[in-house]
Design a protein around this ligand. Structure first.
Ligand code: HEM
Length: 307
């Protein structure tokens, strides 16, 4: 049986650090592999007692240069646009180094060592340190993560099953959403709750979902989306966390995992109304500044390709 990278399904720890890279012209793959290998051992040094959870996620081009174990239907992130001009732009890169730990300094140190080790061979496209806010709240004050599969189902929902190409790996979507909190906080409580389709106080699901609610776009069911009389399909495991920059920019770093990529694309098309439905009211107050699809190979595939 192929095993997923531990960081994906283990409990999310307090601090996260996202760093996206792409190769420079003439990059030496051997240097990159050595840096990845060393980073897998992060935390083995004397004095580090807090776990450092490290996950390597590859874009289609770098994955193809590292392994023949390519999952089915792995596409680069295309970008999305609603008919009234709301845009989720595409910023596909070749590597996402995702680190989480209860110690922020260890997140920083791990990515810092990696980026120095690949200097001249990879450039940093963007990075975002994030954090768990109170009881897993989005900065709007809504609990984020309630509809995730229960822990015992998460492996099945997020990890490519044995026998398939890419077994033990996981498809991922990573986006930095920028919130207009002044707009959101100007909405009545009733409008805020209808925007997500859940109560603010306790995340209870509203019995009636308005067509623009977030759940009317992302709660995929065997029948109509958000028809809670039907079983769920295409479930994903979300590991999103908020961020706040010094210039006042705030939002949610959306990070999700799925055993297939198609349900991730389907949700993005729905959110932007590209499937004919009204766009998600979420896009009235939040816009992604970046977006990419990655694949996190199994531990065994990493062992084989990095040595
Ligand atoms: C600004 C960005 C986003 C925010 C603030 C946000 C927030 C939320 C909140 C508050 C909920 C309800 C509670 C919960 O189940 O976690 C939710 C549910 C969910 N969201 Fe989002 N979300 C965002 C973007 C996305 C995107 C881009 C996707 C998929 C591509 C997505 C997929 C889901 C799913 C699958 C659920 C659970 C549906 C179910 O119960 O079956 N979200 N989100």
């Amino acid at each position: 049986m192929a095993n997923p990278q531990h960081a994906i399904l283990t409990n999310l720890t307090k601090y996260q650090w996202y760093t996206h890279f792409s190769r420079t012209d003439g990059a030496d793959l051997g240097v990159i592999k050595r840096a990845l290998r060393d980073t897998r051992a992060a935390g083995a040094q004397t004095g580090v007692t807090t776990p450092i959870n490290v996950c390597f996620l590859f874009g289609p081009t770098l994955l193809a240069d590292l392994t023949d174990d390519i999952p089915d239907d792995f596409q680069p992130y295309p970008g999305y646009e609603s008919s009234d001009g709301k845009v989720a732009k595409a910023t596909q890169e070749e590597l996402l180094l995702w680190i989480h730990s209860d110690e922020k300094d260890l997140c920083w140190e791990t990515q810092f060592r990696f980026r120095n080790a690949v200097a001249g061979h990879m450039t940093v496209a963007r990075e975002t340190p994030t954090f768990i806010y109170r009881n897993s709240l989005d900065l709007t004050g809504f609990i984020d993560g309630t509809g995730n599969p229960v822990p015992e189902d998460q492996h099945d929902r997020a990890i490519v099953p044995d026998g398939k190409p890419g077994a033990g790996g996981s498809f991922s979507i990573a986006q930095r959403w920028v919130h207009d909190l002044a707009y959101f906080e100007g909405l009545s409580l009733n409008d805020q709750e209808n925007l997500f389709g859940r109560k603010k106080a306790d995340s209870a699901r509203l019995p009636k979902q308005v067509p623009t609610s977030h759940l009317s776009h992302v709660e995929l069911r065997e029948g109509a989306t958000a028809d809670d009389t039907k079983p769920k399909r295409g479930e994903m495991v979300r590991r999103s966390t908020p961020y706040a920059f010094h210039d006042g920019t705030v939002g949610l770093y959306f990070m999700g995992f799925c055993r297939e990529q198609a349900p991730l694309r389907e949700r993005m098309e729905a959110i932007y109304g590209m499937n004919g439905q009204q766009r998600d009211a979420l896009t009235d107050y939040s816009t992604p500044a970046s977006g990419s699809f990655y694949f996190a190979p199994s531990i065994e595939t990493l062992d084989a390709s990095l040595g």
